[in-house]
Design a protein around this ligand. Structure first.
Ligand code: SAM
Length: 400
């Protein structure tokens, strides 16, 4: 697909280039923040799976430079009106093209006082081009050796021979946008993604301070409510959120966990990381005992935090009304067989660009180059090997 064609089919790809973001993912984080106020009172952040670095760019601009992004960062006033007139609000893979006025090049940004003592550490398997004020590490988040590396990056006085795997200067927010190379085999992709999520959670448990937040990408599969129950052991509130800039056609969503409250006596352990063995299952059982004895499903009210029973129809409600509806026949379930339903929140204003729609570009549209081309893409080695072989059909180079 050519650059111009991608500009037309992906409004967020085009906006990212126009506003100087390294990836369209920046809008996902901005829209999550709009809903959950993620950056409030936050100065120490770990950004996992961070390359090419658009989330770190957001962190750098909000926390270090003190910028605040308005909604026009991802929408255009006139485009909004036209969308309303054409009624293309609903998520769809194709929608009628319509003419759009010239886009604003700059996001609406207001200035706040920069925060003091900001510390941001970004990690990825791929190299991350430098960003002002951000410590970048090239490491695998699923590898145990990454924990001491991270603790050292957060606190230069950290002694790796010390037994504790808890950060001495704990962090306020852990983000993880990790994604494996998708195979298209849904069950396999969901499984690999869940391993990345558990690795991110294990790191978060080592570095988060009580009251901290954890936000991570998930692929929504059948067992998302089990994952919700597991995360509820550690966080007061857990939501599944879908930013408007994330394609409706994708199984991607984000788990947003607020108010880290580890169970009494809990210690993060590398010897027995969560997601392996039955440590987590036992903890879920313990946590269940503290729930009200209701048969069926329970879910937590999004705003008040209260638990409600929901025997047959489960609905996630926010101030704007019902955002998700799930109907289940749970008749005959035992009262100890309780499913926890994660409130599902669609975030980002409905007038924001629809990531599944195509938009007509103005005649004088100039397609920009991406801000940060991949530094070490997986296909680089394949191209080098092909060159060494003298092109696609060339003779192999005999060495020695
Ligand atoms: N949030 C990033 C941004 O805004 O630029 C985009 C992240 S991209 C969707 C997913 C990243 O996950 C890739 O850069 C990939 O290298 C990284 N990743 C996948 N598995 C990883 C692992 N085991 N350890 C570290 N990073 C990993």
């Amino acid at each position: 697909m050519g650059k111009s064609s991608k500009d037309k089919r992906d409004a967020y790809y085009r906006l990212a280039k126009e506003q100087g973001w390294r990836a369209r993912s920046a809008f996902k984080l901005l829209q999550l923040d709009e809903e959950f106020n993620l950056f409030e009172n936050v100065t120490r952040v770990v950004d996992l799976c961070a390359a090419p670095g658009s989330w770190s760019q957001v962190l750098s601009r909000v926390l270090i430079k003190g910028e605040k992004f308005g909604r026009s960062a991802w929408q255009d006033g006139e485009a909004k009106l036209r969308q309303q007139m054409l009624g293309i609000f609903t998520s769809q893979t194709s929608s009628p093209d319509y003419e759009e006025p010239q886009l604003q090049a700059a996001a609406e940004v207001s200035q706040r006082a920069p925060r003091k003592d900001v510390k941001i550490v970004a990690i990825d398997l791929q190299p991350i081009s430098p960003l002002p004020g951000i410590v970048t590490l090239r490491a695998d988040i699923t590898h145990p050796a990454t924990v001491p590396l991270l603790l050292k990056a957060l606190d230069p006085d950290y002694d790796p021979t010390r037994r504790s795997q808890q950060a001495s200067q704990p962090v306020d927010l852990v983000l993880s946008d990790g994604a494996p190379d998708v195979t298209g085999l849904h069950d396999l992709d969901i499984y690999v993604q869940s391993q990345l999520l558990f690795a991110a959670l294990n790191l978060a448990l080592c570095v988060l301070k009580p009251g901290g937040k954890f936000v991570a990408k998930i692929f929504r599969g059948r067992n998302v409510d089990l994952l919700y129950a597991q995360l509820k052991i550690f966080f007061e509130r857990v939501h599944v959120a879908k930013p408007r800039s994330s394609r409706a056609s994708s199984i991607e969503a984000f788990i947003v966990c607020i108010n880290f409250q580890p169970p009494p006596g809990f210690r993060a352990s590398l010897e027995e990381p969560l997601g392996v063995g039955n440590r987590l299952t036992k903890m879920v059982e313990e946590r269940r005992k503290t729930l009200p004895p209701i048969a069926g499903a329970v879910m937590q009210n999004y705003k008040t935090g209260a638990w409600d029973s929901a025997p047959y129809v489960v609905q996630a409600v926010d101030e704007a009304g019902i955002v998700d509806l799930e109907v289940e026949d749970l008749t005959g379930q035992k009262s100890d067989d309780i499913r926890w339903i994660a409130p599902f929140i669609a975030c980002g204003d409905l007038s924001a660009f629809d990531s599944d729609a195509s938009y007509q570009l103005p005649e004088n549209h100039v397609s920009l180059d991406p801000i940060q081309p991949p530094t070490a893409p997986p296909y680089k080695r394949a191209i080098e090997m092909r060159k060494a072989m003298g092109g696609a059909y060339g003779k192999p180079v005999v060495r020695g």
